[in-house]
Design a protein around this ligand. Sequence first.
Ligand SMILES: [Zn+2]
Length: 393
Amino acid sequence: MGGTTNTMKTDDNAGTTVKQRNRIALLTMLYRGDPATKQDIARQINLSLPTVTENLNALEEQGLVIRAELQESTGGRKPQTFTFNSQHFLAIGVAMRSTELVVQAIDLHGNTIMRRRRQIPFHNEASYYRRVGTLVEEFAAEVEKKGSHVLGVAIAISGTVSVNGPELSVASDAEWADRNLPLATIAQVTQQRCILVRHDEAEAMAELWHDPTIDDAAYISVGPSVNSAVIVDGTLHRRRQPSNAGTIGHMTLVRDGLMCSCGNRGCVNAYCSLPMLPEEGESLPGFFSVLEQGEVNHRHRLNEWFDNLAQAIANMRSVIPMDIIVGGQAAHYLDDDDIATLYSRVNAIEHNDPSAPPAFRMRRSLNIDEQDVIGAALVLVREYLDHPYRICQ
Ligand SMILES: [Zn+2]
């Protein structure tokens, strides 16, 4: 998967020594490519054989390079090949869901190496967080027993979060009730570095990882509420203040419009979140199954919903002209025709000439299983790969 196209950052050479630069060049080559012999490496990165040997020895000692399977050779001695050890470090992604705890360990090529699901329902109590901390610590111990090191623990969270000292207030969008998420409690038990990643940012990170051609794009997560994460110049923009600010859900779409759960009127959430689709007493799967049977009223509701979402997307695109990825729960329900409909409506609002080449791309999210857990861990992996000089002293 993403491994062959994702890279280490190599353009920031300030303050590095020749030795560090050589090691980064060597690691980058092995990270991106197939196992290589000393001769291959020397040729490709233009270093002398003794320099390659010296650096390989040091990196092997650090655990970042390992010896690969011996190549088939026509007679004579088989040359030894070396490869990047993508499991030297693993990042742990966590999601605390209402019914279960999900934990995954992701390697430096973005592959899932270990996963665990435990039927522990979320409880906003210290005992729950201590239990999460203990389970994550047991998981981390297993990772280390396999010879890998833990980069850190990234917890994917939904809802609105505000930082208040070591405690974080999380307001679930479903209930709009405050719940305190004592990150410090989890971090203390696990003894690992813990970070929080908003679920929309985590999901966007996974999109970016698997599609490094993304340049400027907004990932719009449509579910119980509408959230967005922005990718600029191929880099996920992470909000410093994990609050409502910088996300699309509470942008005003209709002045003095429908009441939103935040207390204001006319927010995007009040028009474009998925619960706006079904009629009273109807479930979301129920809505889509009736729609499929050709019910006119349901088609009308969906059309109106498309118009509202298209307007919200056009508003976002008027700030930064970016591509759009539609994700979240909506990605389960919308098919390619629906995305095409939405796309043409955004174009109609932007008054684009239909005969002109498309001004932007729009697609559905990859909708990977546990995308938020994987994406949260990938935030740590990306951070590590972007700062390789730290590891090449
Ligand atoms: Zn609102």
